[in-house]
Design a protein around this ligand. Sequence first.
Ligand SMILES: [Mn+2]
Length: 239
Amino acid sequence: MKPIIGITGNERLFQTHDENNGFLINYTPREYSQVIEQAGGIPVIMPMTDEPLADEYMQLIDGLLLTGGQDVSPYLYRQEPRQVIGEISPKRDQTEIALIKSALKYNKPILAVCRGMQLLNVYFGGTLYQDLTEIPDISIQHVQKTKPQIPTHTIHIVEETQLYQIMGAKTQINSYHHQAINELGTDLTISALSPDHVIEAFESKHHNIIAVQWHPELTADTQVESLNIFKNLITRASK
Ligand SMILES: [Mn+2]
């Protein structure tokens, strides 16, 4: 059977009649499930759960895809929220931290995208810049105004990393993050940097992890390197 990939879900209000009426729905952007299918896996969207059901989910899935979304609660890296921070979701943090812990316990491969990468960094003891304006010497537009299917900034990929095997030395990626990694977590290795030295990807020699700051699911139709990131997850999940 094809490997089953668990995709972390988000919640949003579905409005019925007016802005004050509605109910919450579970969702994920369609591209995540679509790209897992294209890459040869079976996508399963996992809702946020009150009681973490992570260990049970790990019996059902072969790999974990941590998706983009809200900012990570700064409480998790021992900071108060500053004026520049965006929306946070403690429930989502709690659900996904339980999933990360369980995936590592059962050695299930993880691919982390955007918020997923930031949360994974925090899980391993790292910290974040709450907003790009807090980064000294930043010069590149990391919240691109161009549509998300179009890569805009360059990344330099570190040789002898898994990402280098997947994407080569240098490529262009889309960029939709207003936060970034500050201190890198323990056991993690930088695998790509932007020209203004923002950490754009990391992996680990000790854990089955690949994490990227951009959104390859949105460029998988036009850029083969983007699709290959998901094919790599399927390969890792097949073992
Ligand atoms: Mn960027």
